[in-house]
Design a protein around this ligand. Sequence first.
Ligand code: CDP
Length: 215
Amino acid sequence: ERCVVAVDGPSGSGKSTVSRRLATLIDGIYLDTGAMYRAITWAVLQSGADLADPEAILKVAQEVDLSIGTDPKAPHFEANGTDVDAAIRGPEVTGAVSAVAAVPQVRAMLVQIQQDIIAGAPRIVVEGRDIASVVAPDADLKVYLTASAAARAARRSAEDATDVKATEADLARRDKLDSSRKTDPLKQASDATELDTTGMGIDDVVTRLLEMLNS
Ligand code: CDP
């Protein structure tokens, strides 16, 4: 039967690892919407477009040829034929992605693509910031993962080997930018179940979600 799981939460909340694991376990596909915003951002940076010019950003977004990988074991992205898996996690893209994600027409465009992918997939785990509220309001399970700022920074810096203090500052910066938008995607959809993962291991979180899905 159909199964759509929406996983929202801020950076370092464990969304990606948990979502991929869960997608594999339910024999579904995995959609990383953050990677979509990041891939568009990569193309914007490549183009030299002005990050302060929403129209220039939108033009790049409309023209980029995006290949979106949905295999939970190896979600591979390409933009204009270039493998961007590493580049979209780099500091340049991370520093610019909030500006790109703040352009309403870019969001509308990506939400449409996301909804088409969901419509074509019987079983899917979708992770992002606005999944339960905007992208998949009819999801079978909606969770909002949180963790303390310190725990989130520790996880993220363990992933990318950056300084934990600098990471904590960067996450705080992005949280603030992401939540100052008019429709705040970090705002938890009213009917999502919040799960504070501070001190929880990946397996604990995945087990909880499976229980929620089966109850
Ligand atoms: O996990 P992390 O916060 O580093 O980032 P991500 O999930 O890869 O998302 C990167 C950025 O994309 C976020 O900071 C948001 O600005 C934006 N984003 C968004 O606006 N809406 C989404 N559904 C997903 C990401």
